[in-house]
Ligand binder design. Structure first.
Ligand code: UDP
Length: 362
C-alpha cells in the first residue's frame, strides 16, 4: 500500500512526525512525502524533520510566495505530477493550508482517495483562508480524521456520511506526549540560552493573516505586549510574515525595546518555552493546545477559535485583538489562572488509529 503525504507548513511537519513514525512501523505501507515548499526557511522547515526524526521528503516542489491563487495553482500542478508518477492508493493531508487544499484537489481529480487529518474544525469565519481550505478539503476527502467531538458534530451537521468520519483524537497530543518530555534532558535549551526564569515570562506568537494584515489589530497586539513587557519579559519567536510586516512598517526596532523578539524556534525549544511560561498569548491553533497540554493559561488573540473546548474549560481566554487595553486586561486576568481538568484530545494514540484505519479500508 502506498500513501503520498502532501504537506508544506510548519504545523504539518510537526503533526506528520508521529504519523510518519507510525507508517514506518508497518512494512506493508510505503509513505512518499511531498513537501510543497510553502515554508522553506531552515528554521520553519528543516529543523522539524531533523529534530522529530523524519526522513527528508522524497519530493520538494519549492513553491512559495505569491498570491493564494498563484501559490495553490502551482502546488496543484506540482502535486498532480507526483501523483501521476507515484500512483498511490491514497493521499494524506493535514490541517488547513494551501498545501492541504492543493493536495486534496489534485488527488480528488485523479480519483485517488484523500485522508484529512484535523477534519471538521471550523471557525465559521469565511474570510480566513484556513476556513476555506479546510471546508473544501473535508468535502472531497474519503477519510475525515476528526480530533474532537465538536469537529465530528460539525461534519455531521454538514451532512457528511457517518462512515467517513473517524474521531481519532488529536495528533498534536501524540506529539506533545512523544517529544514533550525530551526537553527535560536538554542542557542548552532555549530557557537557558535566553536566560529566562521558569514561570517568569510570557511566551507570545503572532502570525495569522487576520492580525498581521490589519494594521490596527497588529498594532493593538504589539502595543499590548510591549506594555506588559515592561513588567514581565515577553518572548516572541517571530514568524517570517510578521517580521516582514513589522519591518515594512518600521516598528520592529522600537518594539524590540520591550518585546524580546527571537527567530522562529525548533519544536523542542518552543515546547520548553511553553512548559515554563507564566502565560501564552497567541493566535496560533497549535500553540493554544500546547499551552493546555502543559497546563499554562492562554490568551488567544483572535475573534474566534476552533478549539472552543479549551475556552469552555477555562484554559483559553479568547480575546479579539481590537484594542490594546482589552488585551492587557485579558493577559493580567489570565496570569496565574488554571482551567478545569478535561481531556478533549484523546489519549495520545491518534497516529496509530489513523494508520490502522487507512490500512483496513484501502
Ligand atoms: N512552533 C515552533 N516554533 C515556533 C513557533 C511555533 O516549533 O517558533 C510550533 C508550535 O509549538 C506548534 C506549531 O509550531 O507545534 C504551531 O504552528 P503555527 O503556529 O505556525 O501554525 P498553526 O498551529 O496556527 O496552524
Amino acid at each position: 500500500m502506498k500513501i503520498v503525504t502532501a504537506l508544506g507548513a510548519r504545523p504539518q511537519f510537526i503533526k506528520a512526525s508521529v504519523v510518519s513514525a507510525e507508517f514506518a512501523r508497518h512494512p506493508q505501507v510505503q509513505e512518499v512525502v511531498v513537501h510543497t515548499g510553502q515554508h522553506f526557511d531552515a528554521n520553519m522547515s528543516d529543523v522539524f524533520f531533523a529534530e522529530l526524526g523524519m526522513a527528508p521528503p522524497a519530493y520538494n516542489l519549492d513553491i512559495h510566495g505569491g498570491t493564494h491563487g498563484a501559490m495553490t495553482g502551482r502546488m496543484l500542478e506540482g502535486i498532480e505530477r507526483v501523483l501521476l508518477q507515484e500512483e498511490p492508493d491514497a493521499v494524506l493531508i493535514y490541517g488547513d493550508t494551501n498545501s492541504t487544499l492543493a493536495g486534496a484537489l489534485a488527488a480528488a481529480k485523479l480519483h485517488i482517495p484523500v485522508a484529512h487529518v484535523e477534519a471538521g474544525l471550523r471557525s465559521f469565519n469565511m474570510r480566513m483562508p484556513e476556513e476555506v481550505n479546510r471546508i473544501l478539503a473535508d468535502r472531497i476527502s474519503t477519510w475525515l480524521f476528526a480530533p474532537t467531538d465538536e469537529a465530528v458534530a460539525h461534519l455531521q451537521r454538514e451532512g457528511m456520511d457517518a462512515q467517513r468520519i473517524h474521531q481519532v483524537g488529536d495528533v498534536m497530543y501524540d506529539v506533545a506526549l512523544h517529544h514533550g518530555q525530551r526537553t527535560a534532558a536538554r542542557e542548552d535549551g532555549a530557557l537557558k540560552r535566553l536566560e529566562l526564569e521558569k514561570g517568569g515570562y510570557i511566551l507570545a506568537t503572532v502570525h495569522r493573516a487576520e492580525n498581521t494584515d490589519v494594521p490596527e489589530r497588529l498594532d493593538a497586539i504589539m502595543q499590548a505586549l510591549a506594555h506588559v513587557g515592561a513588567e514581565i519579559p515577553v518572548v516572541l519567536p517571530l514568524h517570517p510574515r510578521t517580521r516582514g510586516v513589522l519591518e515594512a512598517q518600521g516598528d520592529l526596532q522600537a518594539l524590540a525595546q520591550q518585546i524580546r523578539f527571537v527567530d522562529p524556534l525548533g519544536y523542542l525549544d518552543m515546547v520548553e518555552l511553553e512548559q515554563a511560561a507564566a502565560l501564552v498569548a497567541t493566535d496560533s491553533g497549535g500553540v493554544q493546545k500546547e499551552a493546555f497540554f502543559h497546563k499554562v493559561p492562554c490568551v488567544t488573540l483572535r475573534d474566534e477559535t476552533e478549539w472552543t473546548e479549551l475556552v469552555a474549560a477555562g484554559w483559553n481566554h479568547l480575546t479579539p485583538p481590537t484594542g490594546k487595553k482589552a488585551i492587557i486586561s485579558a493577559m493580567r486576568a489570565a496570569l496565574g489562572s488554571q482551567g478545569k481538568v478535561v481531556q478533549p484530545y484523546g489519549t495520545g494514540d491518534a497516529a496509530s488509529r489513523i494508520v490502522r484505519c487507512l490500512r483496513s479500508l484501502t
